[in-house]
Structure formats: C-alpha cells, structure tokens
Design a protein around this ligand. Structure first.
Ligand SMILES: Cc1ncc(COP(=O)(O)O)c(C=O)c1O
Length: 385
C-alpha cells in the first residue's frame, strides 16, 4: 500500500550541491560566509535591517525576549493555541506566560482576549501565525501601542503568507521564523530573528554566540585581537551547512508554496460540503502558508477512531496543535475555552509540497468514509439515538 505521510520535506539535488560547497569551503560552523550571506538575503527579503540566523525558532524567541529586556516576574501575553515554544521562551527568562484565547474560525489569537488580559505587570505580547495563517496584526498593534507593550510575531509556520499585502515575518517589530523540517522551507532544524532595530539584532546575534563576536570574522583580522565575552550568551548559532541549504530553499519559496496551495484548494473542493467537517477559513485580507491543513471535526465524531483508521490505511494524520494552558508544565488554571475546543476537534491531514493531487483525492475520500464509521448518531430530545 502506498503510504501518504503527514509531512515530507522538499530537499534535493540543489541543496546537496550547496552543502558540498560548504564542505569545500572548510567552514561548516556558524556565522561564517554562508550564514552571513543568508542573513543578508533574509534582511533584503523581509525589508528589515536586522536578520539573525539561529539554530531554531525557540532560540529566536528566547533571544528576542532577552533583547527586549523581559525580566523575572514580568507578564507576557501569549497565544494559547500553538506549539508551546512562545510560552516556554517566556519561562526561560523567568517571566510569566498569560494565555490568550483564540478565534474559533482561524485559531489565531483573539485581539479582544489580549486586550482583556493586559495588567500592571504586562510587558508584551507574542502573537502566533497559527499553522501558517497570520494573526490580526492591525488590532494587535493598536493594543500594544495603546499600552506601550512590545509585539513579537511568531512566524514559525508562515513563510510566504501575507497579511493586508505585507509578508508574514514583517508584521511586528520583532519576528521569529522556524526552518524545522515541517515548515515551508527547511534546513532540518533552523530559525531566524528579524527586526527593524539593528541594536536589537546585534544583541541577539551576540547572545547567540556565547556573548562574543563571530569567530569567523575575528579570524580574518590581521593581528591577534583576543575576543572578549560581554554577555552570558548561548550557542544558538545556525551552522553554515544549514545556512547554505536555506539559501537554496529561499529561492524555492514560491514554487513550494504554490504546490501546497494547490493541495489546499483541492482539499477544500473535496471536503467543503461534508457536514461532519469544517475546512480552514482564510479571511480575505490574508493568505495562508499551509504549514498544516487542519479540518475541524463535528463534535459527534470520535477523532481517535478516525485517526487510527487513517493510519491503518497508510495515511498520516495528527491532532493539530496544542492548547498550551492545558499543558501540565505551566500549572495554570486560566481558561481558554475556544483553544481547548480546537485542541479536541482539529485533525491534521497530509500537507506538504511533495503531495500529489491523486494523493489529496485518496486522503479526502478515505477521510469522508472513515468519518461516517466514527460519527455517533445525535440523540433526540427524548434521549433515543
Ligand atoms: C508556532 C511555533 N513557534 C515555534 C516553534 C518552534 O520552532 P523550532 O522547532 O524551530 O524551535 C514551532 C514549531 O513547530 C511553532 O509551530
């Protein structure tokens, strides 16, 4: 049986050739020629002064909060329905994540919920472009401006998406990208911090390298300057091997996103009339990067049963993303009912640039029939099924 994976990275010959060039250069570590060239390309593409290539998006979020001066005891409002990297980053710096509920139709953070949570200890907001769909930045910016808060865009999943004509990744003063293997472009693991503020970028770059300037650059200087450590930094550098892969992948963003878009459009055509499913909603003022394709199941459907049947038939699937406030590590009693509901009812079905239209059709057909096996009949008012 032909299996259809949930995710599949699009890496090939061009990327291998780029890696071979780094091998020949003799500098596979970070902040070398490929890393610096990648940073220049990212800065140009996103129209920002500062782009810092790092080992992953979680590191970018951590560096962003350090550079923004977040301190122990500060509160940062974070979108609740997401991979928990933003809330983890808040905890890395000893601050307190406050979970904001999300819109039921998009899964992105609800600006009203953010506004309701602002308090005397709030210093900023991390919005998330949920599984590839940008959040409501006009409303979010007006809230953060009103209260003098910082706004960070977690654009981990949104390469190639847009909001009101602007690119995701450039929708807030600081944005963090992921190049993990599931994302629109990838180097296996990888990330970047983007900002219009050169001082913030310099701070993040320094802390991504143990608190000293690029070792590669220092080695080019004539003489023997001894680098000094000015920060307790981390090793969050992206290797030049990964940077070279990403330079190729950046050139493929449109090609790869077009393929994901075609799959999403075909899923929507095949599934939109099924009363047991709601297909993703994309508001008119934005476009989706389709990191994931999440359908919302009717409450009568047993999701675990559907998933087991799909996997038994060779079709990859998953639960969507996380309702962070329900994760035991945060020990919170804060309610986010919309996020909790999506966490129960979303089902991720295969979405990647290697998916063929025939495979999309097989997934949709199998899903439709599996849903019927696992839908409980609604009870009538009298209690009979
Ligand atoms: C919204 C979001 N933020 C951050 C991350 C973390 O990214 P990385 O694995 O590059 O650290 C992810 C990973 O899936 C994510 O979905």
């Amino acid at each position: 049986m032909d299996t259809i994976p949930l995710v599949h990275a699009s890496l090939g010959k061009q990327e291998l050739e780029a890696v071979a060039e780094v091998f020949c250069s003799g500098w596979p570590a970070g902040q070398g020629p490929s890393g610096q060239a990648l940073e220049r390309e990212l800065a140009e593409r996103y129209g920002v002064d500062g782009a810092v290539a790092v080992s992953n998006c979680g590191a970018a979020l951590h560096l962003a909060l350090l550079a923004l001066g977040v301190e122990p005891g500060d509160e940062v409002i974070v979108a609740d329905y997401t991979f928990p990297a933003p809330a983890h980053a808040v905890r890395y710096v000893g601050a307190v994540p406050i979970f904001a509920d999300v819109r039921a139709d998009t899964g992105t953070v609800d600006p009203q919920s953010v506004a309701d949570l602002v308090g005397p200890r709030t210093v900023g907001v991390i919005a998330v472009d949920t599984v590839g769909l940008p959040a409501d930045y006009a409303e979010l910016r007006s809230i953060t401006d009103r209260y003098g808060l910082f706004l960070v865009e977690d654009a981990a999943c949104t390469v190639g998406a847009t909001y009101q004509g602007c690119q995701a990744g450039a929708l807030a003063p600081v944005a963090c990208l992921s190049f993990h293997g599931r994302k629109g472009i990838t180097s296996g693991e990888g990330g970047a911090l983007l900002t219009a503020d050169p001082a913030l970028a310099a701070d993040a770059r320094l802390r991504s390298s143990f608190g000293i300037e690029s070792i590669f650059n220092q080695a080019q200087v004539v003489g023997l300057p001894i680098p000094v450590f000015t920060e307790i930094g981390y090793n969050y550098k992206l290797s030049d091997i990964a940077a070279a892969i990403l330079q190729v992948q950046i050139g493929r963003i449109d090609e790869l996103l077009d393929r994901r878009r075609a799959c999403a459009a075909h899923y929507a055509e095949l599934l939109i009339d099924d009363e047991l499913i709601t297909v993703p909603h994309v508001p008119q003022d934005r476009t989706h990067a389709w990191q994931s394709y999440l359908v919302t199941l009717d409450p009568s459907v047993d999701r675990a049963g559907v998933a087991a049947d799909l996997r038994a038939q060779g079709i990859g699937c998953g639960h969507g993303t996380w309702a962070c406030h329900l994760q035991p590590v945060y020990e919170t009693t804060q309610p986010c009912p919309v996020s909790a509901d999506l966490f129960q009812r979303h089902l991720a079905i295969p979405m990647h640039a290697e998916l063929s239209i025939n495979q999309v059709e097989r997934v949709a057909e199998t899903l439709r029939s599996t849903l019927r096996t696992h839908a409980r009949p609604y009870r009538t008012q009298g209690g009979a099924a």
